[in-house]
Every structure is written in structure tokens, then in C-alpha cells.
Design a protein around this ligand. Structure first.
Ligand SMILES: [Zn+2]
Ligand SMILES: [Zn+2]
Length: 133
């Protein structure tokens, strides 16, 4: 399988027994149907995204690509929580392609969001405590 953005070969990497393809050149990440949602939940999974986000940003401009897996044309997508993360999605085999740095970015947000929720809960607990007095 070749990278849909720079046409270099993908290398197989594994994280917690999940196999992912990473481009040997631009370091973009290719996820099969379920790999992304599984990995997005796993602590430390962002370590697979070793690429330079500046390089990723350049390749992010290239959005008219064909699926490396089934050759169907891919659809440019925007992450529902983070609008600056643009990835490509294959409507045929449901694979997704993330440019270097994008998966890391996605994971970072998840952590910050969880932290914000924690603070939110804490605040409402304090508020509830005050009301009791
Ligand atoms: Zn590439
Ligand atoms: Zn496909």
C-alpha cells in the first residue's frame, strides 16, 4: 500500500496489538475502519504520530486523494470537536488518513476536554455545597 499524499510506502507499526500504517516519508497515518476509534481511546496512542506537524500541514493542503486501500476517492472531513483537524475518509472501506501531527492533536484535545469536565464537575459540587448552607 502506498501513501495517497506523497506516494511513498507505508510501514506497519503496532500499538497494543493494533496494526497501523504510517507513511515512511510524510509520516501520515492510515487507519482501517475501527483502528482509529480504538486508538483514540488508548492512553499513549499518540506516540505513533511521530511526524513533523509542519510537514503534516503542508500535506494537509492536498485533499483530493484516492483511498490507498480500495482506490475510491476519499472525502475531506473536519473533526466534529476540532475544526482545524482535517482528515480524509473513504466512504467505501471506511478508512481514514491523518496527516502528521493530526492524530496527536486529536488525542491532546481528548485529554484537555476530560480535564475541563473534571473542573466543571468540581465547580458544580462546590456550588451544590454552598447551597446547602
Ligand atoms: Zn506520505
Ligand atoms: Zn477505501
Amino acid at each position: 500500500m502506498d501513501c495517497p499524499k506523497c506516494e511513498s510506502i507505508f510501514e506497519h507499526i503496532t500499538f497494543n496489538h493494533i496494526e497501523v500504517d504510517r507513511c515512511s516519508q510524510c509520516r501520515g497515518l492510515w487507519f482501517d475502519m475501527l483502528e482509529k476509534s480504538d486508538l483514540a481511546k488508548m492512553r499513549g496512542a499518540e506516540s505513533i504520530d511521530i511526524g513533523d506537524s509542519q510537514v503534516g500541514k503542508q500535506f494537509n493542503q492536498l485533499r483530493d486523494i484516492n483511498c490507498p486501500n480500495c482506490k475510491h476517492s476519499m472525502i475531506p472531513m473536519v473533526d466534529k470537536d476540532q475544526f482545524h483537524i482535517n482528515y480524509e475518509y473513504c466512504p467505501n472501506c471506511f478508512g481514514t488518513f491523518f496527516d502528521a501531527g493530526e492524530f496527536r492533536d486529536l488525542k491532546e484535545h481528548t485529554v484537555i476536554e476530560r480535564f475541563a469536565q473534571m473542573i466543571g464537575t468540581l465547580r458544580s459540587n462546590i456550588a451544590a455545597g454552598k447551597k446547602k448552607k
